[in-house]
Design a protein. Sequence first.
Length: 327
Amino acid sequence: MTILVTGGAGYIGAHVVRLLQQRGEQVVVVDDLSTGEAGRIGDATLVQLDVASPEAADVLTRTLREHDVRAVIHFAARKQVGESVEKPAWYYQQNVGGFTNLVSAMEAAGVDRLVFSSSAATYGMPSVSFVEEKLHAEPINPYGETKLVGEWLGRSASRAWGLRFVALRYFNVAGAGWPDLGDPAVLNLVPMVLDRLARGERPKIFGDDYPTPDGTCIRDYIHVLDLAEAHLAAIDYLGVEARPFDVFNVGTGTGSSVREVIDEIGVASGLDVTADIFPRRAGDPPQLVASPERINEVLGWRGSKALPEIISSAWEAWQAGPRRIDV
Ligand code: UFG
């Protein structure tokens, strides 16, 4: 079967591409290489394209037909919350516009299986400890809004022309499945701490006065390889007809605090990770942890790797990269 992966040269996308290749699938990657790297996709066919560009719907339609694609996994999108607050129209153009092009092309080419990268950012600031998919989604930034709109478009297309659609709401992704596939961006806690350590600086903690046991924010960290496997489970799930639309949290149900994550980086690296405390960052909920019950039951998927393994794999990948830290 040929599967098209948009954003397949990126951090999570490249893990999915490698797993698909290991399973013997043919893979076509569509990526503009703005953050992704061509060297990460092995022998997959690369179509260099910005899915939000004016010509994208036509190029995607042709690509789907030429390669006889049967299913699509869609990662290509912008994912920085702060940037989305600064440039909302551009986020909608990139994320919603790009996804609209893809869904149009799939309809035109008659491709009806789609897995969509959604986010826990769709929930906003939930007041419950463990979020379930049925909770009212109320994103608090344009990034989360674009993901929720994407879910709505998937649902509408499933009603209109029979698209089979799964949205996966990722919680906090970290680690590396292979040392050459580490997270190349310094945008989230684990790479941000490693980046500080690489500069000989102390990690930062944004707020230690939250109503949590150690005062720092709690998140549900998921190993990127576990997350990648959830996509394969979703593609298989959609292989059965009469499954028009579904949404799943991809998390473990276990929360870890910022301090626990930083301490674990100290254990993996052997470095002094004493942190400096900074004021709270705007828009951070004190706790965001998934209820993974639905994905456990329906897709038979379960996060298998706990925090120590996530962090040690992130450390190993960091050390295999260009900014190795002397220990
Ligand atoms: N943090 C620090 N110091 C740092 C970096 C982060 O204390 O140097 C804290 C943040 O304030 C937050 C926690 O670490 O409390 C996690 O922050 P991240 O930026 O790594 O992740 P977020 O939980 O803010 O957001 C991430 C993704 C979003 C996604 C969301 C879903 O970046 O795209 O998870 O939970 F929507």
